[in-house]
Design a protein around this ligand. Structure first.
Ligand code: GLU
Length: 555
């Protein structure tokens, strides 16, 4: 068979040559060791936490080596495409601070020299390389109908290898004339790869994450171009990763099974085989009704709201918290590094692809909450204010109004117990803030005036009455606390906690109990950030009124 003639018959409209594209998309001019990685999602729905994780890992791999991370949209399957899917992915990456050095940057725009970065705009390129494979006798037109393929499937029911290969690959042996005739009759055709693989032979490759992997060669004549001339994922990604000069393919490990086909395709096209890093999926512990752990499973779109990255913005986890948490899943030494470097930005962490766990990391919302409390505790009041306002503007208009009513007040509220060596760590997400600070706004303030069991109502009343007489909004913190301590003895309490512990029966309680009563009167809580700062911010009038109200309630 004259392959050149056949290639011309199948692809008469392809005029460009592979050399043309090799020149158009030359090797990148990057320093030695720089890695080029990509995130290559299909716009088939929302951004999944696994996709975010993979892109974080890919972006860090590129960044740490002085390389390039790019976004390529793999939209060859139009049936599964979702409207707005591309923008959703880009917005998701932007929200989490994952910088796209190059690639698709909006539904319609690209940035970078290897454009277009959307597969549906690259049809001509794939066709050119498809033609090249036909010329080299490595691909052929397959005219099998859906019914014929169905018959093959039925015939293979008890065979170990299923698919189009060997004696089943009828179209492999068509003559030029038969092909020409079929084309004349307008029969639809796909382009198939002519696999030279042997099931007895192994391919061996070293995956950055999984280590050495040995698999049988691929024997199937996989489809390269579908009947409409659009490539399959296998073929498109191979052409793209070559022409976009990807050095490291970082992706989910559901693709490991396809590596034999991919390596075969890279080689058949004369491309250098890139390095692979396959990431295990993020897992979740499965629990029964009693809360006992019964097993592990993949995070599921259907069952777990936290599988969609939109969840984090909705409940108000700052992007920094989510990426910081994902780093704890990515490299187990991250937490040690963080303890040693509490104030460095996460971006300074020396991320190492080889330190990724080969098995699926467990996603733990409780841990995310802890990480987030730590992250938020380091934010400035200004940053907290801006973040909370942004979250509330989307999710809680009423709270947004309260925050905007007196900005200076709200910022001071967020400044309490913030900054300094030991900032308070109790906010994990913005949706908790309204409740957490509810006593600062009369619209949200609630108080049930419930006392701890060890404090009698009549003692509480006396504490509040006496305190009301000496309280002054002008006191500094020492004077403020001295006054609380001074209340103790005359009312049967002790200012000295140690003394109380030695002789608990000699006192009604200690200074902590006295301040608890005042705290409850002012905030309705037993536990709050710095009470002195809270009272300063609420102001004298409000504090006195709250003390008075509690006295009335208890009397
Ligand atoms: N488009 C593929 C997906 O959606 C990407 C696989 C790859 O990264 O090579 O999963």
């Amino acid at each position: 068979m004259d392959n050149k003639k056949l290639a011309q018959l199948l692809f008469p409209e392809v005029t460009k040559t592979p050399e043309y594209y090799e020149k158009l998309y030359p090797e990148r001019n990057l320093p030695e060791g720089a890695r080029v990685t990509r995130f290559a999602p299909s716009p088939t729905g929302y951004l999944h936490i696994g996709g975010l994780f993979a892109s974080l890992v890919a972006a860090l791999t590129a960044k740490k080596s002085g390389g390039v991370f790019y976004l390529r949209i793999e939209d060859t399957d139009k049936k599964r495409e979702v409207k707005g899917g591309i923008q959703g992915i880009i917005d998701g990456l932007n929200y989490f601070g994952i910088e796209i050095d190059e690639g698709r940057i909006s539904e319609t725009e690209d940035r970078g020299d290897y454009a277009p970065y959307r597969q549906s705009e690259r049809k001509e390129i794939y066709q050119c390389f498809a033609k090249m494979l036909v010329e080299q006798g490595m691909a052929y037109a397959c005219f099998c109908t859906e019914e014929e393929l169905e018959q093959i499937r039925a015939a293979q029911a008890n065979e170990p290898i299923k698919g189009y290969y060997g004696k089943y690959a009828k179209s492999r042996n068509l003559t030029y004339e038969e092909i020409e005739q079929n084309l004349k009759l307008g029969k639809p055709w796909t382009l198939r790869f002519k696999s030279e693989g042997d099931i007895e032979r192994k391919i061996i490759f070293t995956d950055f994450i999984k280590g050495k992997i040995e698999m049988s060669e691929n024997v199937l004549d996989v489809v390269l171009l579908k009947q409409d001339g659009i490539p399959t994922y296998h073929f498109a990604h191979c052409v793209d990763d070559h022409l976009m000069r990807t050095t490291h393919i970082v992706r989910g490990d559901e693709w490991i099974a396809s590596v034999p086909v991919h390596i075969q395709l890279f080689k058949a096209c004369g491309f250098k085989v890139p390095k692979y890093a396959h990431i295990a999926p993020i897992m979740k512990e499965e629990k029964n009704e009693q809360g006992e752990v019964t097993g592990k499973r993949k995070l599921s779109k259907r069952k777990d709201p936290e599988a969609a990255v939109s969840y984090y913005a909705e409940v108000g986890f700052p992007a920094e918290s989510v990426t910081e948490y994902l780093l704890t899943l990515a490299n187990s030494n991250f937490e040690d590094w963080r303890r040693a470097n509490p104030d460095l930005p996460a971006a300074d962490f020396p991320f190492n692809l080889k330190k990724m766990s080969a098995s699926g990391a467990l996603f733990d919302l409780v841990k995310l909450n802890d990480v987030s409390k730590n992250v938020i505790s380091k934010f400035s009041a200004e940053k907290v204010y801006n973040n909370v306002l942004e979250w509330a503007s989307e999710n809680d208009a009423h709270f947004a109004e309260l925050l905007k009513r007196d900005k200076a007040f709200a910022k001071e509220m967020f400044a309490i117990d913030r900054g300094g060596k030991k900032p308070r760590k109790d906010i994990a997400k913005w949706s908790e803030v309204k409740d957490y600070y509810s006593y600062f706004f009369k619209e949200t303030y609630e108080n049930d005036y419930a006392l701890p069991e060890n404090i009698a109502a009549e003692d509480a009343v006396k504490i509040l009455e006496e305190y009301g007489k000496v309280y002054s909004a002008d006191d500094d913190k020492d004077a403020w606390f001295s006054k609380i301590k001074a209340l103790c003895e005359p009312l049967g309490f002790t200012p000295n906690v140690k003394e109380y512990k030695k002789n608990p029966d000699s006192f009604k309680g200690h200074v902590g109990d006295v301040s608890t009563v005042i705290r409850i009167a002012v905030t309705g809580r037993r536990n709050t950030p710095d009470l002195y700062a809270i009272m300063r911010l609420l102001g004298e009038k409000e504090v006195l009124s709250r003390l008075k109200t509690m006295i009335e309630k208890l009397a």
